[in-house]
Design a protein around this ligand. Structure first.
Ligand SMILES: O=C(O)CC1=CCC(=O)O1
Length: 91
């Protein structure tokens, strides 16, 4: 099952810089592990924003929910999920 997911990140400015750095590092490791496993297919920066648009290929809605819930930056994100279906014009 394919999903496009937009993540808008808004880390509070007064967050301890060490906590910020450690959380962002954990986010990167978490993301890259899922990319290597094939569930996080794409991640693209949204130009000019602290946001990304990602494509996930997961077995179920529950699996995607668990992945998103587990994001280290989850408490600082607004997330929009769009389920994808094959387009009839896909060559
Ligand atoms: O920087 C972001 O867009 C947030 C993020 C998600 C996965 C990752 O490595 O960073």
């Amino acid at each position: 099952m394919l999903f496009a997911v937009r993540m808008d990140v808004d880390i509070p400015r007064d967050l301890d810089p060490a906590v910020r750095e450690e959380t962002v590092a954990r986010e990167k490791a978490y993301s890259q592990q899922l990319q290597r496993a094939g569930e996080w297919r794409h991640i693209w920066r949204v130009v000019g924003r602290y946001s990304n648009i990602s494509v996930f290929d997961v077995s179920s809605n529950e699996r995607l929910h668990d992945i998103l819930w587990g994001l280290p930056l989850f408490p600082y994100m607004t997330i929009e999920v769009t389920p994808l279906a094959a387009h009839p014009s896909q060559a």
